[in-house]
Design a protein around this ligand. Structure first.
Ligand SMILES: Nc1ncnc2c1ncn2[C@@H]1O[C@H](COP(=O)(O)OP(=O)(O)OP(=O)(O)O)[C@@H](O)[C@H]1O
Ligand SMILES: [Mg+2]
Length: 220
């Protein structure tokens, strides 16, 4: 049983007379306990796909279902409810509240999900290599640290489906290994994870790889 399904997604961008076909008939499924890596060159449509899956963008054709509920072309309030119930979303930026420290961001997210646990919060910060930056506000973090703090916040709620856009960009190999361990721990808990990535190390640990090229899935 899939927790996330995309059927024949198309997405076109228009800038002046220029048309970009960012997605051209992309279908996929994601099952509980799976880690799926979405790979492909820059501009192949990975972020566009993820935005359509989370309902933050609408496909021009096709549709997305999340836990058997329709995400595409639904009222904003309905999409928000579905997102908060089922999805953890890690974008390339904007995942943190700027006036809260890293630890406070984490605490807030856990409280929202009804499961604050100080020990787990510390473990998560260790897990993403940020124990020493717990009291920093986002403005004082480097690019890689910001990405990892966002990841800790997204992981904290144990969302049934995690959708992450390049979560291991800008990190060294050791840190990347630790982040991969976090995703594998989700797999052990039966939670689903879909990651857009350029990382071969991450892709090797995925259950499946979906390769995009010019907005289409490349079949081997
Ligand atoms: N808002 C937009 N307006 C116009 N064109 C866009 C827009 N967003 C993306 N595109 C174009 O759509 C195509 C797919 O972009 P997308 O961001 O999905 O690629 P990507 O695979 O995520 O790339 P990267 O690896 O660099 O993050 C590219 O040709 C891009 O230039
Ligand atoms: Mg992208």
């Amino acid at each position: 049983m899939a927790v996330l399904e995309a059927h024949e997604l198309y997405r076109f961008y228009h800038v002046g007379d220029e048309e970009t076909a960012a997605l051209r008939g992309v279908s996929l499924t994601l099952k509980p306990g799976e880690i799926v890596a979405v790979m492909g060159p820059s501009g192949s449509g990975k972020s566009t796909l993820l935005n359509c899956l989370t309902g933050l963008d609408e496909p021009d054709a096709g549709h997305v279902t999340v836990e058997d509920a329709r995400m595409s072309r639904r009222p904003e309030a309905e999409k928000t409810r579905l997102r908060s119930r089922a999805l953890g979303i890690l974008m390339q930026s904007g995942n943190l509240f700027p006036h809260l420290t890293v630890a406070e961001n984490l605490r807030f997210q856990m409280q929202m999900a009804g499961k604050f646990d100080a020990e787990r919060s510390s473990r998560l910060l260790l897990g993403v290599g940020l124990a020493h930056r717990a009291t920093a506000t986002p403005a004082r973090l480097s690019g890689g640290e910001t990405a990892r703090a966002g990841l800790a916040v997204t992981l904290a709620a144990d969302p049934p489906i995690l959708i992450a856009d390049e979560p291991t960009a800008e990190v060294d190999a050791a840190t990347e290994g630790r982040l991969i361990a976090q995703f594998e721990s989700r797999r052990n808990d039966g939670l689903a994870t879909l990651i857009a990535t350029h990382s071969e190390a991450l892709a090797r640990r995925a259950d499946r790889i979906i390769r995009l090229q010019d907005g289409k899935i490349q079949h081997a």
